[in-house]
Design a protein around this ligand. Structure first.
Ligand code: RUQ
Ligand code: CUA
Length: 692
């Protein structure tokens, strides 16, 4: 396979030319740096013949006829959009965008009073984050369809999305962390969600006001073990492991025989604090860190952990009150791994590993060194034997380093360039993404032979096979999530969407069958069979069960109440009017809270709410739910309000007015609803109350 290095149109390099010799020649000189930069620049390598690679009856394999359903729900991280997108597979149809870490004016997420607390942190309200990885909850190592977790990479957080409502229901901040990239990864019964810090930092209870070049003394890497309540999914930080100041990249839990262990790829074991692209690429091998988390549990039970003062937010959304509550917590229990033997081991792994994946049997651990020219596969049994035999080559910051050969099952030779992530099928095969050579490489887990390779368009990051990181992978579809789209779709100016590519992997040869653009930048994704989820989907919220303190459970309960300068509007929404729809007596200096309750009790009848000049967003209110918009009028006058969701033939009529008078005006607070609206004759009599 040949690649053209862009900018040097004449030089055509083959895989073998780009392999180890080049890597070795990249010492620490500036020429090496330039070559490395070129090699890793996003468009360094591009397969030739980038036209349609689709052949045969590919279209029919992805065709889901109108009215028919997809086979899988695919949950795809939105990267820097902070959102999570849900696609149907194999059609690639976008089913939903779930706001998680980023405010979303389409749904009022982060703008409504009820959802603002979800984005609270120890830094205050943080309206954006970078969502890289998703993990579907598992029972016995199989996807159970209860929750999906996602990470906030920037201001360290983990979110839990409830798969009955497809809404973010919990966000937990992580202390002692400097960038929650290695997250979220689950143990096989969702006992824990694991989160490792990308950036090592001084611990939160230490003075972080230290010279940056004291990195080696003062910076630590932290891994959080977040417990998940079996009944309601509630998360708490069970304990944290304080580790050497490396950068953790991805990780995976052991499963089956290796259940009780966790494996983390580590780069920057050089502990560099500047120009990492050179200084963190010096060692030929970094590490995979193996953690015996059952042992850590025992230590915690035996009271061996140290209590540390910290500050972090725990935010939970309550479906009864339709409201989130944010609690600031102040303590975590920490174990310093170097103080406890038999807890953590280092396994050398070439070179700057990124992905770290465990096969369905739990025996094989795949390290993907993004600067390595091969893929090392480690054996869990051999790791155990090496530990028993003390087959160590030394230690790293007090942690035993197992001899590479003693832990190694074998190496996949010449897989391609820039291996990143590996997924597994149900036939004993592994699939690794090759970022630099833009391809997916299929290989056999046991004999490590490369079986097939297909190009991706372009620069693939993560891969996804439904169940591909579980004990029960499937073997029909593989999706590549690409960083670069270039010429694949109609041009849309300088900014292009990222993309996904669907491959049929049911035969010996992988076959590309679909390209589709994605929301934000996709990183990891997971998928669950449609049958596991679709019948659990909530259709609407029962109005009788609504415990929101400002609910109006019928138009008879609609009212406007003044409390000092706060005006509470208990407003109902039903096809096709607002109650009340005429409000007077609001004055300059007032804060108005529109508590809007959607009275509908039917599927797919949301109403929206917006008022002129509001400095936040609209609301989108689901049937049976109450949601609040805060509005501070900025001038005297007349302000229309209306429903934003085209809910009926008379949707355009679903509107009203708020009159704003000067501060000190004697216009009484009053509210009313006309009698000429459909379905309102019995309940919506005109009412007037005097201002209190
Ligand atoms: S990463 S493209 Cu943020 Cu998962 Cu590897
Ligand atoms: Cu309600 Cu439009």
């Amino acid at each position: 396979m040949a690649f053209i290095l862009r900018g040097k149109q004449t030089s055509i390099l083959t895989n073998s030319q780009l392999n180890l010799p080049i890597m070795k020649s990249i010492k620490h000189n500036m020429l090496g740096l330039a070559a490395l930069a070129l090699l890793f620049s996003m468009d360094a390598c591009k397969p030739k013949n980038v036209g349609s690679a689709v052949s045969g009856d590919a279209a029919s394999k992805t065709y889901v006829a109108p009215g028919k359903y997809d086979e899988y729900y695919n949950f795809v991280s939105g990267g820097f959009s902070g959102q999570l997108a849900v696609y149907g597979i194999p059609s690639g149809r976008l089913l939903r965008v779930i706001p998680v870490f980023s405010v979303d004016p389409e749904k009022g997420w982060g703008y409504s009073e009820e959802t603002k607390p979800m984005l609270n942190t120890s830094h205050g309200q943080v309206p954006w984050d970078d969502l890289h990885h998703v993990a579907l909850s598992q029972t016995n190592g199989e996807i159970d369809g209860r929750w999906v977790f996602g990470n906030g990479n920037n201001t360290p957080r983990v979110a839990r999305i409830d798969l009955s409502t497809f809404r973010t229901t919990e966000i937990l901040e992580l202390p002692n962390s400097g960038g929650n990239h290695s997250s979220p990864f689950l143990t096989e019964n969702t006992e824990y969600v694991i989160a490792g810090t990308r950036f090592s930092v001084p611990p939160d209870d230490k003075n972080g006001d230290v010279p940056i070049n004291t990195y080696k003394q003062n910076f630590k890497g932290t891994i959080s073990f977040i417990s998940v309540d079996k009944t309601n999914g509630n998360m708490d930080i069970a304990f944290q492991l304080q580790c050497p100041g490396v950068n953790f990249d991805l990780s995976h839990a052991g499963k089956g025989k290796s259940h009780g262990w966790f494996f983390f790829s580590c780069y920057n074991t050089e502990q560099a604090n500047t120009l990492l692209e050179v200084n963190a690429s010096k060692r030929d091998k970094d590490f995979i860190m193996a953690v015996n988390w059952k042992k850590a549990e025992e230590l915690i039970k035996a009271g061996k952990g140290r209590k540390q003062a910290v500050k972090y937010a725990s935010n939970r959304f309550d479906e009864k009150t339709h409201t989130a509550v944010s609690t600031i917590k102040t303590e975590v229990t920490v174990i310093d791994v170097k103080d406890f033997p038999e807890l953590v081991y280092m396994i050398p792994c070439p070179k700057s590993p990124h992905g770290c994946d465990v096969d369905p049997s739990g025996e094989y651990i795949v390290g993907s060194g993004k600067l390595a020219a091969l893929i090392p596969v480690f054996s869990f049994d051999k790791i155990q034997k090496a530990i028993a035999d003390k087959a160590f080559e030394g230690e790293y910051e007090g942690i035993p380093v197992i001899k590479y050969e003693a832990a190694l099952h074998g190496e996949v030779k010449k897989p391609g360039l820039g291996p990143l992530h590996t997924e597994f099928d149900d036939k004993g095969n592994a699939y690794t993404s090759m970022f630099v050579s833009s391809e997916v490489v299929k290989w056999n887990i046991k004999d490590l032979k490369v079986l097939d390779r297909v190009p991706t368009y372009y620069s693939v990051g993560h891969l996804m096979i439904p169940g591909g990181d579980s004990k029960k992978p499937t073997g029909k579809y593989l999706i590549a999530y690409n960083k670069i789209t270039k010429d694949r779709f109609l041009p849309t100016g300088p900014e292009l969407s990222q993309s996904a590519q669907l491959y049929d992997i049911s035969g010996d040869k992988m076959q590309l069958i679909l390209d589709y653009p994605t929301i934000g930048e996709p990183h990891y994704a997971q998928a669950v069979a449609a049958a596991t989820l679709r019948d659990k989907s909530v259709k609407f919220f029962k109005i009788e069960a609504n415990e929101h303190p400002y609910v109006a459970k019928g138009e008879g309960q609609a009212k406007v109440v003044r409390e000092g300068n706060k005006v509470h509007v208990y407003l109902t929404l039903i096809r096709s009017h607002l109650t009340p729809d005429n409000i007077e007596g609001v004055k300059m200096g007032d804060e108005v809270y529109f508590h809007t309750t959607n009275l509908e009790q039917d599927w797919d009848v949301p109403h929206g709410f917006a008022i002129k000049g509001a400095l936040n967003a609209e609301l989108l209110v689901m049937p049976g739910e109450t949601t609040t918009l805060k509005w501070v009028p900025d001038k005297v006058g007349m302000f229309p309000m209306y429903c934003t969701d085209f809910c009926s033939a008379l949707h355009q009529e679903m509107s009203g007015y708020v009159r704003v008078s000067p501060a000190g005006s004697n216009v009484p607070l009053s509210f009313s609803t006309g009698t000429n609206m459909p379905k309102t004759d019995t309940t919506a009599k005109s009412k007037v109350t005097a201002a209190k």
